[in-house]
Design a protein around this ligand. Structure first.
Ligand SMILES: [Zn+2]
Ligand SMILES: [Zn+2]
Length: 264
C-alpha cells in the first residue's frame, strides 16, 4: 500500500490510498485541480482514483466532492445515512446520484480490486461520522478523524492495524488559553467535537500492538496546536507503551501541504 495526504485539517481533508491495481480517495475537501496537479507530480493521475470514501458531511471533507463526481465518475462509498444527507447537501446534491454506493454495515465491502472496507461510527457533530478499516492482503489501514472521543470499535480496529491515521486536533492549554469564544471551546471539547493531543496519546497507548508500523497524526488545528506538540504527545505515548524508538514511524499530516507518497 502507498499513501499520500493532500491536506489534513479544517482547511481541507483529502488523501489517496494506493494498492497494486486501484486507489481510494479518502474525503474530498481539496480542489480537484490541486489533487490533479499533485498526482501528476507523483507520476499518477485522476485515473488512479477507483473509488471515493467519505467520512462525514462537513465542508472540509466534501467541499470538492461534486467536482470529483462530475470529472472522475468514481463510485462514492459511504453509509446510507451519509448518502441521504449528501443527496440534499448544496455541495453534492446535483452530482452524487450516479456515484452513490452504500456500504453494508458489519461486513467487509469489496469496493475496488485491492481493497475491502468496513466502517465504524464515531462521535462527532455531523449528520454522522465514520472511521474506516481498509484491508488489502495482510495490510490493515485504519482511519479515524473528527471524533470527540474514542470508542470501543475504533480501538478494536486500530489495535489490529498495520497503519493508523488518528486525529490529534488541539493542545488543551492552547485551546483553553486561546481566544476562541467559550461556546466554541465547549463544542470542541464536549465529546462530539475533536480529539486532543492528550486524548490521542491515550488512544495510541491503548491501540499499540506489535504489528503496528505507521501512525499518522491528522486534522491538527491551525490555532490551537502545532505539529511539534502533536508529535511530542505521540512520542510520549510510545514511551509509555514501551515501544522502542525507531520501530514505528510517526508522522504529522499537515494543513494545506502535500505529504510525500509513502510506502506503508
Ligand atoms: Zn474536519
Ligand atoms: Zn467534522
Amino acid at each position: 500500500m502507498r499513501f499520500v495526504s493532500f491536506s489534513s485539517g479544517s482547511c481541507g481533508n483529502c488523501s489517496l490510498l494506493l494498492g497494486e491495481r486501484s486507489g481510494i480517495l479518502i474525503d474530498a475537501g481539496v480542489g480537484i485541480r490541486t489533487v490533479k496537479k499533485e498526482l501528476t507530480a507523483l507520476g499518477l493521475g485522476l485515473e488512479n482514483i477507483s473509488a471515493i470514501l467519505i467520512t462525514h458531511d462537513h465542508g472540509d471533507h466534501i467541499r470538492s466532492l461534486g467536482s470529483f463526481c462530475k470529472r472522475v465518475q468514481a463510485p462514492v462509498w459511504t453509509t446510507e445515512t451519509l448518502h441521504n444527507a449528501l443527496a440534499w447537501h448544496p455541495f453534492t446534491k446535483e452530482w452524487i446520484g450516479p456515484c452513490r454506493q452504500v456500504l453494508t454495515p458489519g461486513v467487509w465491502n469489496q469496493i475496488t480490486e485491492d481493497f475491502e472496507v468496513r466502517f465504524f461510527v464515531v462521535p462527532h457533530d455531523a449528520t454522522q461520522c465514520v472511521g474506516y478499516a481498509i484491508r488489502s492482503g495482510e495490510e490493515l489501514f485504519v482511519l479515524m478523524t473528527d471524533l470527540g472521543h474514542t470508542t470501543e470499535d475504533s480501538m478494536y480496529w486500530a489495535s489490529q492495524a498495520t497503519t493508523v491515521v488518528v486525529e490529534s486536533n488541539y493542545d488543551d492549554d492552547m485551546l483553553l488559553g486561546g481566544d476562541y469564544p467559550e461556546e466554541l471551546k465547549k463544542r470542541i471539547r464536549q465529546g462530539y467535537g475533536h480529539l486532543s493531543n492528550s486524548d490521542c496519546e491515550e488512544a495510541i497507548v491503548k491501540f499499540m500492538h506489535p504489528g503496528l508500523r505507521n501512525i499518522f497524526l491528522c486534522h491538527l488545528s491551525g490555532n490551537n496546536n502545532t505539529p511539534e506538540l502533536a508529535y511530542q504527545s505521540a512520542m510520549q505515548a510510545l514511551e509509555v507503551a514501551g515501544v522502542e524508538s525507531g520501530s514505528i514511524s510517526v508522522r504529522v499530516l499537515r494543513r494545506g501541504l502535500v505529504s510525500p507518497l509513502l510506502n506503508l
